[in-house]
Design a protein around this ligand. Sequence first.
Ligand SMILES: *Cc1c(COP(=O)(O)O)cnc(C)c1O
Length: 233
Amino acid sequence: MSSIADNIESVTRRIQKATEAAGRPENCVTLLAVSKTRPADDVRQASAVGQRAFGENYLNEALTKIEALSDLSDLEWHFIGPIQSNKTRQIADHFHWVHTVDREKIARRLSDQRSPQHPPLNICLQVNIDKEPTKAGCSADQAVILARQVAELPRLRLRGLMAIPDPDQTEDELRHSFRRLRQLLDDIRQALPSMAGLDTLSMGMSADLELAIQEGATCVRVGTALFGPRRPK
Ligand SMILES: *Cc1c(COP(=O)(O)O)cnc(C)c1O
């Protein structure tokens, strides 16, 4: 069985190869290690070899882990799960990034509840890029409207877009889903020309990170390729 350190090395190499093959600058893609369902010690092992950014989907589980790892002061926590409005305060208190904002109410609460002691919370809007009926995320049209709203909120810093494409697609269809998300970010940049720092496309996971990087991902969210198959909750 390979260790977490070995897996980080091999995923980092995959990212480097894909970045180079796409003719993109070195280090333009961040590895977000998705540690949901994994014990705090797995995060500690990853952090010991230099991994800083970790993604969590379930708030209570995340809070326990963040607390257990509070001696590691340089970790960056990203919330990547569905958000209920009664959970926004704790998300605003404990995370550096939220990738799954898909409606104004949630954005407004996160901004209102973000402490002035912290820097603004980094936000990606989640887009339901393949229009799947049961999936979270706003539509592409709504994303442009929501981006304008989020840009006005003082305690949020809009960084870009996130999507989880329909996994039951051919490679070509998947490529087009990634491409549409990238195009949508370009549209938002044009619609909000004064908005600096729209630099993030959070797309690509263990199975498809190369494809996402070819299509412009700046943040790949990787779980199983780093930590192995997920444990049941
Ligand atoms: C679980 C999860 C991932 C990681 O998926 P893997 O296939 O294990 O790499 C990425 N993004 C989100 C939103 C997730 O919930």
